[in-house]
Design a protein around this ligand. Structure first.
Ligand code: BGC
Length: 264
């Protein structure tokens, strides 16, 4: 039988989790969501993550305690260390998140950037499956995340949400939360996205844009307004892509040769 894994997607607004079948890229239980504590300090977030993990451990078919938990985090993750924290507390900076969350949960943990997790899931099981060349997955949420996939391989930590567009850090004007904060009607928001996506298209000439994040459920409100040479489609796994991708990352790392964290 396939080994299942718990996948957790830590976001600036919510922390979501589920039990994932990594061979089919589907949720077997969940999603369960709790609000991200504010301020989102390491200790407060670890408590909330533990709460989500606990909600699955007694379910029939829950993963073995020795199975790693796959986590997606909204910042740069280099060799298990947090290198940026735009939408969570600065206390995360330079934290060895694998050790920190692993100690708190008493379980092995593998961590990947949240947009990279969504990108892994979408390119393998979602809107990007079978597509060669460059796919860019752009997540519109509290911030803007990006995953750069070339011929099915992830190039991690691209951070295209922080490109400068019209003198602004793009995510401060074009994320889903920025739309709400500025009270932008869809037609105006579409104009902001047009600027952003045209710029990214010019820089990378991708084969496909996939738009993820909670707002992808309302893609009809803004995607048809965009005029780009590149096809642009909503994430097929919708808001579960981060959870599924986090579990895929945990699974892949578990199956592979010793990781950097194991040999260091
Ligand atoms: C962070 C990225 C993250 C994105 C979406 C940005 O502010 O810098 O690492 O992927 O938000 O959460």
């Amino acid at each position: 039988m396939t080994e299942t894994l718990i996948g957790i997607d830590i976001g600036g607004t919510g922390i979501k989790g589920g039990i994932v079948d990594p061979d089919q890229g589907i949720l077997l239980a969940g999603p369960v969501q709790v609000p991200t504590p504010q301020p989102a300090t390491p200790t407060a977030v670890a408590e909330a993550v533990a709460q989500v993990v606990d909600s699955f451990t007694h379910l029939p078919g829950a993963p073995d305690r020795h199975a790693p938990i796959g986590m997606a985090f909204p910042g740069i993750i280099r060799h298990g260390v947090v290198r940026s924290a735009a939408n969570v507390d600065d206390g995360w900076l330079e934290t060895d998140i694998i050790t920190f969350l692993g100690d708190r949960l008493g379980r092995r943990v593998e961590v990947i950037n949240d947009a990279d997790a969504a990108g892994l899931a979408e390119s393998r099981y979602g809107a990007g499956a079978g597509i060669t060349g460059t796919i860019l997955v752009i997540t519109l949420g509290t911030g803007i995340g990006s995953a750069f996939i070339f011929d099915g391989q992830l190039v991690p930590n691209t951070e295209l949400g922080h490109l400068e567009v019209d003198g602004c850090d793009a995510e401060t004007i074009a994320s889903a939360v920025a739309r709400e904060r500025h009270g932008l009607p869809w037609v105006e928001y579409s104009g902001v996205l047009q600027r952003y996506f045209s710029h990214v298209e010019f820089l990378f000439s991708p084969e496909l844009f996939i738009v993820g994040g909670g707002i992808s459920q309302r893609a009809d409100e803004f995607l048809p307004q965009l005029s780009l040479r590149t096809p642009v489609v909503p994430a097929r796994l919708l808001n579960d892509a981060g959870i599924i991708g986090a579990a895929l990352h945990g699974h892949r790392t578990h199956l592979s040769a010793p990781t950097w964290t194991e040999v260091r």
